[in-house]
Design a protein around this ligand. Sequence first.
Ligand SMILES: NC(=O)c1ccc[n+]([C@@H]2O[C@H](COP(=O)([O-])OP(=O)(O)OC[C@H]3O[C@@H](n4cnc5c(N)ncnc54)[C@H](OP(=O)(O)O)[C@@H]3O)[C@@H](O)[C@H]2O)c1
Length: 242
Amino acid sequence: MANKKVALITGAGKGIGREIALALAGEGIDVALATRTDSDLQSLIPEIEKSGQKAIDAQLDVSAYEELERFAQEVYKKFGRIDYLFVNAGIGGEKASVLNGSAEKWKEVIDTNLTGAYYTVKAVLPFLTLNAHAKIILIGSGLGHRGQAGNTAYSVSKAGLWMFTRLLAQELAEHNISVNEIIPGPVKTNIDKNSGIAFSDNLFNSEWIKTPTDVIPLVQFLLAQPETGPTGQSFSLARRDL
Ligand SMILES: NC(=O)c1ccc[n+]([C@@H]2O[C@H](COP(=O)([O-])OP(=O)(O)OC[C@H]3O[C@@H](n4cnc5c(N)ncnc54)[C@H](OP(=O)(O)O)[C@@H]3O)[C@@H](O)[C@H]2O)c1
């Protein structure tokens, strides 16, 4: 039997990340779960274990590189491999212009969504390169391709994430690691609560308002792609011109 795959997911406590963790465990993949709120992990672990898979977790902040480094090492020590990395942890911005918005909020959004993504990849990459063909999936946003005035920090963080996706794909091609972005489009999660940008503010014409479960088929599609499959691409579930 082939070795069991292992996926590391940031922001696994809620929303899209939690659903990805549950879906992967349902497909026989062991999972490494990182997020900020410990109670989210405590409620998720038993659900993962119910599906017969193993889980390891860490309460951490993706803007703290050392915490990610420590966790990646722990995961490798426990499972002996990391095959899939989901760079998912993210927060929304504030509804304010550059003129009126807060410099602290700008830093928090960039630190989490962009620097946090870099830290996550940097910490996990040494273990991914040990595999024949690993995959990195970053959860981007349509606002990273066509930004929204008044939501500048978030749009800029996700635009950076998209460029990061493409450059990583080039750098990692020689390691047979594919790197792709998913654009979920609007999904009902907690992100609105923290962002001050109401869900409806992000709507464009006839968008598809999803639940986290609706994102899973695209995740499964990407994981099913062969070693010679797509890399450096953006896969969108939006219903608008990005
Ligand atoms: N929902 C949408 O409409 C939508 C659309 C496009 C893209 N996205 C992207 O999808 C990803 C997941 O968002 P979601 O909608 O599922 O939101 P969510 O329900 O708020 O979940 C986000 C998760 O990330 C965690 N997180 C946030 N900051 C973190 C940090 N600094 N360190 C570690 N974990 C952190 C959160 O933990 P705590 O709750 O403990 O802080 C939470 O578990 C984000 O990157 C988001 O930008 C979402």
